[in-house]
Design a protein around this ligand. Structure first.
Ligand SMILES: O=C[C@H](O)[C@H](O)[C@H](O)COP(=O)(O)O
Length: 497
């Protein structure tokens, strides 16, 4: 196993323990890669076999301390000056374990107001320092060259570089963007932010008892609690020298190798897509349900509107006939002027033949009347302009909109007129076949009583009136249909001549 050996007062304990376990024979086949010259010296002195990234480019596990750690397990490292080698080794590690005490926990990196180190080349270091400060001017960033003690001499890293410590008054913002900005500066070698690298964090705290033991594992955890994405466990067997009363271990479910990371990401994406798919299906089902409901509502509304219109039309017809303003029983029409509706207000007289029933009925998919009624010619001229206009009855008005008869059969008689339904309509009669427009009994009576219409009504037809309790038959409906056609012809005939 290839082990990355961290640097600092914390990592030192881990290196000591590894050496102890090696000497006891509890660990075998260990080769360490030190992250600093100090750790290198320590490991050599303890007899730990060593290697480097040239010979072992993949590290199985790395153990190190940190200066700051945020809730996403991003780190600041390098206050001991070893950030460059640490980052190289730990970035090459399958698993990176970080050991800190509670004082290292911060809400955001730079939040302690302490240094965030940047390793730079010594050449024109002041120039680089200024450029670093300028990057984070809004965060009140101040850069300082790290020096050795009171001497004022620059601190020189294992790699022969200088370190600029950045101090932030405010939040440095997006860490990835900050990282990219720093690394984009010529003269910068590396910075101390270790973003999204740690897999496991062990946090020493005031919980538990101190019993020195081996590196703690999950089996040694005494109790645990989950805080957000982080699993906090109390372990009694680690970190005795640093804290007198045990430790808290924080472990996440983060994956350790790039491949594992990718498969985790793929799994997350798969789950996300499956969730999205389910949501979309739910939304679509909901929409379909709402559409169906809306269609039904529209259907109901249009049905109600039909009923209302038929009532209004019937009332108007009844009023026109009974008031004597019109003796015309029935006029076909496509528009208000065609039907003569506007003649009620005196503006127009109806056009001569109005609309030919044939085209007008055919357009609406209605059953065409038999000859000779389907041969009525169409006269486009307004009645007043017709040569025989004087023959036309004075102030005629529309009595019915035949166009609406197509919707009448779909209206149950009981809806349009309860009396009519219960007294006069045989429910077994299919009104669609009969094709009768709905006429209120009173209007029908008025029409029947009209002297103008009387001569044209066949004698064998018994008009339906409100008092007529005789149940209509198919033949009487047919007769009524003829009656209405006769009535319309009476209007048209004088004009057609
Ligand atoms: O360069 C130093 C390393 O990054 C250390 O791991 C870090 O400074 C933490 O050190 P310590 O364990 O002594 O607090």
């Amino acid at each position: 196993m290839v082990v990355g050996l961290g640097t600092g007062s914390t990592a030192k304990h881990a290196v000591d323990k590894i050496a102890e376990l090696l000497n006891l024979g509890k660990l075998n086949n260990i080769v360490g890669i030190p992250t600093s010259s100090i750790t290198h010296e320590q490991a050599v002195s303890l007899g730990i076999p060593l290697s480097d990234l040239n010979k072992h480019p993949i590290v199985d596990i790395a153990i190190d301390g940190a200066d700051e750690i945020d809730p996403q397990m991003n780190l600041v490292k390098g206050r001991g000056g070893s950030l460059l080698r640490e980052k190289m080794v730990e970035a090459a590690s399958k698993k990176f374990i970080v050991i800190v005490d509670e004082s290292k926990l911060v809400s955001h990196l730079g939040g302690t107001g302490l240094a965030m180190p940047v390793e730079i080349v010594p050449f024109c270091w002041k120039f680089t320092l200024k450029r670093l400060e300028m990057l984070f001017i809004e965060a009140g960033c101040v850069g300082k060259l790290r020096v050795v003690g009171e001497s004022g001499e620059p601190y020189v890293t294992d790699n022969g570089n200088y370190i600029i410590d950045l101090f932030f008054k405010g939040d440095m913002g997006n860490l990835k963007e900050a990282s990219d900005a720093i690394l984009s500066l010529a003269g910068v070698v590396e910075h101390g932010m270790f973003i999204d690298m740690a897999n496991t964090v062990i946090v020493a705290g005031n919980l538990g008892q101190s019993n020195w033991g081996c590196l703690c594992s999950i089996s040694e955890v005494k109790c645990s609690v989950t805080v957000g994405p982080i699993h906090v466990a109390v372990c009694y067997n680690w970190y005795q020298r640093r804290l007198s009363r045990g430790l808290v271990m924080v472990e996440t479910q983060k994956e350790s190798t790039p491949n594992e990371g990718i498969s985790r990401l793929e799994h997350q994406m798969q789950t996300f897509m499956e969730d999205s798919q389910k949501r979309m299906e739910m939304i679509e089902a909901n929409q379909q349900r709402m559409n169906a409901e809306n269609l039904k509502k529209q259907d109901d509304n249009s049905r109600r509107l039909d009923v209302l219109l038929s009532h209004m039309e019937s009332e108007k017809r009844l009023d026109a006939v009974t008031s004597g303003r019109s003796r015309v029983a029935l006029v076909y029409g496509n528009s208000p002027s065609e039907r003569g509706d506007s003649s009620v207000s005196g503006n127009f007289r109806p056009v001569s033949s109005l609309v030919t029933p044939i085209s007008f009925m055919a357009n609406r998919g209605m059953t065409l009347p038999p000859a000779p009624f389907n041969t009525i010619p169409h006269f486009p001229l307004p009645m007043t302009q017709h040569p025989q206009a004087s023959l036309y009855p004075p102030a005629p008005t529309s009595l019915a909109n035949i166009a609406r008869t197509s919707s009448f059969p779909s209206i149950p008689p009981s809806v349009t007129n309860p009396n009519f339904a219960t007294q006069n309509v045989n429910p077994s009669i299919n009104q669609t076949q009969v094709g009768l427009p709905y006429l209120p009994p009173l209007a029908d009576q008025a029409i029947a009583n009209s002297s103008f219409l009387q001569p044209n009504i066949p004698q064998n037809i018994q008009p339906i009136t409100q008092n007529n309790t005789q149940t209509p038959t198919n033949s009487s409906y047919e007769a009524l249909k003829l009656k209405y056609l006769f009535q319309s012809l009476m209007v048209i005939n004088p004009v057609v001549g």
